[in-house]
Design a binder for this molecule. Structure first.
Ligand code: KIV
Ligand code: ZN
Length: 510
């Protein structure tokens, strides 16, 4: 019998700390449902003390998810823990994850605390969290750069206080696999009550070693890995869930443990997270990249045709590639549309919401006769955003001709007033965005513009991400359309709408 490796997904918390990746409550619920179908053990849904919005999102995930444990993050502060406890009340199974920094640099410069005080805070936090749930996780932030003797002392104390999971984060992605694995083995051996807790790791990817460090920790006794879909996360991201899980599955000969995940759901989760956050997946990304199972060179193709194992170590269908099928078309009816949307985790709250979405679906099906799940995901993102929008794109006219300066005329509904603006630009997209800006005058700084195709073919929808920054806030706007100029205008409007939401959100680690 192999040990169980617990998969703790933090896409909705650490993933959300990526620039502009902040998600609405409904978006978090959609991702949480997909993670539940993937059978992840624990879903870290957010940091409830960050804002009212985050609290509501964790609460909604807690009330929705039935088969995975729902977790809320809190600093080692009474108020944070109480907020997490409150937000998780409706969960079938809940976990509070509390943390405090333990490295000399974090204790001196960030916390301005003596090591003894840090231990006191940690113990007090764990005891308070235990008043809400029996499942309490403690993280020693920046453990990768902490003194091992100090780690032993604080971890022993928090186990005595009631923590059942001890997380060892490589917060700044500084560790290397041999050293990180050795630290886990040494902690497990030196801490007298180590057998009363599960050791977990949470690795960041600043040096590209997050997955390698996590796997080395597993080889040395860790039995929980914290990771995110597509490796999303603060700075260079976290260990990628799909890579960790498929490494354990594919190299079962090398690991004495297994996960309980339904890996066929991996690709759906990857596409959903990418379409909601606006972080595209690079084509050569392991497992979920468009080229991950494509055999370009003639030699490889010949080998694969003779026997797939010559070049393939995994089966594409085991991570969900085969499921990428055409689902609906021009002649599909409302019921087929509604039931596929439900399968994708989207619920219509009113009849008019369904009518609106179905109308958009028909419009898309007129332009593009094969509609894939990815197209529906993009449509859902648009429909859900539209409900509360301050700015709405009404019309766009572009004139682009070789040798002439492109011109655009755009009509936008601003708080129920239709306004039109004209502009020229270096290209059709540039002219359109300038025309929008001439109306809204946001003054926001464009930090990123990226276009990707959602599916294949020249009639595919272009998926545009636009990142805008203003007043210390960074947001990603998303737009999809078979015309990439229209998709760009939609993405710009979507980013402007997100900037309109002035809610202030605390960052847990600052
Ligand atoms: O990277 C980190 O240390 C964290 C903790 C809050 C677990 O995200
Ligand atoms: Zn982290």
């Amino acid at each position: 019998m192999k040990d169980k490796l617990i998969i703790f997904d933090t896409t909705l918390r650490d993933g959300e700390q990526s620039p502009g990746a902040s998600m609405t409550r409904d978006e978090k619920v959609r991702i949480a449902r997909a993670l539940e179908r993937l059978k992840v053990d624990i879903i870290e849904a957010g940091f409830p003390a960050a804002s009212e919005g985050d609290f509501a999102a964790v609460q909604a995930v807690a009330e929705t998810v039935k088969n995975s444990t729902v977790c809320g993050l809190s600093r080692a502060l009474d108020r944070d823990i109480d907020r997490a406890g409150e937000a998780l009340k409706g969960a079938e199974r809940s976990r509070i994850h509390t943390f405090i920094a333990t490295s000399p640099i974090h204790m001196q410069m960030k916390l301005k605390m003596e090591p003894e005080q840090v231990i006191e805070y940690a113990v007090r936090a764990v005891k308070r969290a235990r008043q809400y749930t029996d499942d309490v996780e403690f993280s020693a932030e920046d453990a990768g750069r902490s003194d091992e003797d100090f780690l032993c002392r604080i971890l022993e104390a928090v186990i005595d206080a009631g923590a059942s999971t001890l997380n060892i984060p490589d917060t700044v992605g500084y560790s290397i696999p041999s050293e990180f694995g050795a630290t886990i083995a040494s902690l497990m051996q030196r801490i007298p009550n180590a057998d009363k807790a599960i050791f977990s790791v949470h690795c960041h990817n600043d040096l590209g070693m997050a997955v390698a460090n996590s796997l080395s920790a597993v080889m040395n006794g860790a039995r929980q890995v914290e990771c995110t879909i597509n490796g999303l996360g603060e700075r260079a991201g976290n260990a990628s869930l799909e890579e960790v899980v498929m490494a354990i599955k594919t190299r079962h000969d090398a690991f004495n443990c297994e996960t309980g995940l339904d890996t066929r759901e991996i690709l759906t989760c990857s596409k959903l997270v990418s379409s909601i956050t606006g972080f595209p997946v690079q084509p050569n990304k392991a497992i979920v990249g468009a080229n991950a199972f494509a055999h370009e060179s003639g030699i490889h193709q010949d080998g694969v045709l003779k026997n797939r194992e010559t070049y393939e170590i995994m089966r594409a269908e085991d991570v969900g590639w085969a499921a990428n099928r055409m689902v609906l078309g021009k002649h599909s009816g409302r019921n087929a549309f509604k039931s596929r949307m439900t399968e994708l985790g989207f619920e219509f709250h009113t009849e008019s919401e369904l009518n609106d979405a179905f109308y958009r679906f028909k419009q898309l099906a007129d332009k593009k006769h094969e509609i894939f799940d990815e197209d529906l995901q993009a449509l859902i993102t648009e429909v859900s955003a539209d409900a509360e929008d301050h700015f709405k794109l009404i019309a766009l006219k572009v004139c682009s001709e070789t040798g002439e300066t492109p011109q655009a005329s755009v009509t936008v509904n601003v708080d129920k007033n239709e306004l039109t603006g004209d502009a020229t630009g270096s290209g059709a997209v540039d002219a359109s965005l300038k025309a929008i800006e001439s109306i809204v005058q946001s003054g926001a700084v464009l930090e990123l513009y990226s276009v990707n195709n959602i599916t294949n073919g020249t009639d595919a929808q272009g998926d545009v991400t636009i990142r805008l920054a203003k007043g210390g806030r960074v947001v990603n706007g998303l737009g999809a359309d078979t015309d990439i100029v229209v998709a760009s205008a939609k993405a710009y409007i979507s980013a402007l709408n997100k900037l309109e939401d002035k809610g202030v959100k605390k960052h847990p680690q600052v």
